[in-house]
Design a protein around this ligand. Sequence first.
Ligand code: SF4
Length: 151
Amino acid sequence: MNKPNLLISECLCGVCCRYDGDHNQIDRLEELKDLYNLIPICPEVMGGLSTPRPPAERVGNLVKTENGIDVTEQFQRGAALALQIAIDRKCMRALLKAKSPSCGYGEIYDGTFTRTLVNGIGVTSELLLQHDISIYTEKNVQDLIMQNSDD
Ligand code: SF4
């Protein structure tokens, strides 16, 4: 059986690329590997930001650090590179890290750095969605696994 390619946030694979140098490895990684070829991406690192780096949040169409540094350009560059990889590798689905200003989907932090969530989407998730790539987060990995078994 040919496994489909799945774009995945690199921090969900256990890579320490988070802003604070940590990772968010998910429990069901091995199960996912059985069903998909995982294509890891970290848009913030790909966009030119270092690890660790100051936390950033979306403020409208901009992304800024708590000190007001505008990192929108790096976030957009990373999103464009992630999209190109998704297209090149024919990824129809992406499993991305919830709440992130790059990878979040459904809700993100509101730009006040007070851990307040609002309805919203990360810069990369938004671009992928505009190109008809289905977005999942670590909160609904189960749906992704069920979806594959229905293919
Ligand atoms: Fe994880 Fe995405 Fe943030 Fe990279 S940009 S650390 S992949 S949530």
